[in-house]
Structures are given as C-alpha cells and as structure tokens.
Design a protein. Structure first.
Length: 269
C-alpha cells in the first residue's frame, strides 16, 4: 500500500493518489456486484419518497398538458462537481423517457455550458429509443445565464436563479424538480416555486443548502441520495451494481475498523 501511494504521489497530488487508490479497490467490487446483479441477485432498496414522487409527476404532467421543469444545477461536466451534474442527468434520463412516451417533454435548465450538450443528448436518446426522434426539440434544454467562469461564483449562480424564477413565472408548469449542485440561490428558486404552489422535488449534496431544500421542497433528497437516482428511477444493472458495490465497500470498511479496534484493545499492535 505504501509503495503504491508513494508511486502515485510522485506523479499526482496526495489527495488524488488516495482517491485513485480507493477507486482501484472499488473497481473489482463493482464488477463482482455487476456479475451478481446480471445473474439475478435481487437488491432491496429502501423507499425514498422523492424518487417515488418523481415517478408520479410525469403522469400528472401529461394529464394537465403542462411540462415539468428540471434544473440540473450550476455545475458542469469535467470538473470536481461532475457527479452532482450527473445525478441531475439521471433524473432527466427518466423524465425525458417518460415524457417521450406521453408526449409531455420536460423543460431543462442549466447554468454551465458544458452541461447543455449532454442534457440535449440525453433527451435526444430518450426520444430515439421510443421511436420518436422527429418529435425531439433541442430547445427544451436551455442554458440560462451561462457561468463562463467559476460556476460556484455567487453572481453567476444568482443570475441563473433569476432566469429560472422568470421561467417559473412565465410558463405554466406541472412541477419543479431541482437535482444537482446548488448554493444559496436554491432558496430563491424554491421559494418562487412554492409561491406558485407547484409540486417540488429537490436535492443537493451540499449540506449548507439542505435547510433550503427542506424549507421549500414538497419532497427532499438528502445528500448522497441524489447519486442513487439512476438505480431508483431506471433500475438498470449498472446503477444497481454501483449501489451494491458501495454497500459492500461500506461493510468492508466497518469490518476493518472493528477488527483494528479489537486488535488494538488486545494489544496485538
């Protein structure tokens, strides 16, 4: 282990070396989990009200003839917050697929230019898989107040929030869903949706924003729950395998900690 870390630290930073080492340990566990899921191992997922509510929103949107607005946050693709943006894209994958079936496409907004083409491609693939490529409209995914500099910079984030608030005021929406990376601007968008009495589902990994999520959302996704969006909504083998692998890794870490404590208590090291 020390030799591996030493080799990695000579080429990249200490933090990156530790993360890469953890990933290398996680990779075989993931492939084992994927093998198990493909062979019929059943995974029991605890109920999460937010994901259950998302599944019901598409039908409500189709009945009302009003779109769902989905915000995938202020971060983009390729940076340190890519996972948060990806969580929002997994939600989009489900909503777009169901929207293609029911002819009720969502409106998607993002603040980072790198997220826009990915969001458009997710929607395009959803329509293609349903045999409705001719109904796909790339304008349903919109870049609002682009954050051409640091996406976490407050002015850019609040400019994005202002654009989303105008959209909520202008368009008749069936629901407002916000999953991704957000800061203080989350409260502005959530409050605007609450004023219009929209069904709202939101989540972010930033602990500082969670009070705003709980205060304004009908259903909230807390912390790492947003990363389980693919498993809960699409239930594809790769997504389920990732959750199973994470659980296995957690149990291995717990067993390691308990074993280390016992050995230390017995004076064996």
């Amino acid at each position: 282990m020390d030799a591996l870390l030493g080799l990695l630290e000579s080429n990249i930073g200490t933090r990156q070396a530790v993360l890469l080492t953890v990933f290398l340990f996680f990779l075989p566990i993931f492939f084992f989990a994927y093998w198990a899921v493909k062979r019929g191992v059943q995974i029991s997922l605890r109920p999460i009200a937010g994901f259950t509510a998302i599944k019901g929103l598409v039908g409500r949107s189709a009945e009302a003839g009003q779109p769902i607005h989905l915000s995938i946050g202020t971060s983009g693709i390729g940076g340190g917050l890519t996972a948060d943006t990806t969580a929002g894209l997994y939600v989009l994958d489900y909503i777009a697929e169901q929207g293609a079936i029911s002819a009720s496409p969502p409106i998607v907004t993002c603040a980072n230019p790198t997220a826009l083409p990915v969001a458009q491609d997710v929607m395009r693939r959803a329509y293609h898989e349903q045999g409705r490529s001719d109904e796909f409209n790339s304008a349903r995914a919109r870049l609002v107040a682009p954050a051409l500099f640091d996406p976490a910079e407050q002015n850019a984030a609040f400019a994005y929030a202002a654009g989303v608030m105008e959209l909520i005021d202008r368009d008749k929406l069936a629901a407002n869903v916000m999953v991704g990376r957000f800061g203080d601007e989350f409260l502005l968008m959530g409050e605007k949706g609450a004023q219009h009495q929209l069904a709202q589902i939101g989540g972010t990994s930033d602990a500082r924003v969670l009070p705003f999520v709980n205060a304004t959302m009908t259903h909230s996704l807390v912390g790492e729950e947003i990363y389980a969006a693919g498993a809960y909504l699409s239930a594809k083998p790769a997504h389920l395998s990732s959750l199973l692998a994470q659980d296995i890794l957690r149990w291995l870490l717990v067993a390691f900690v308990i074993g280390a404590i016992l050995l230390r208590t017995l004076g064996m090291f």
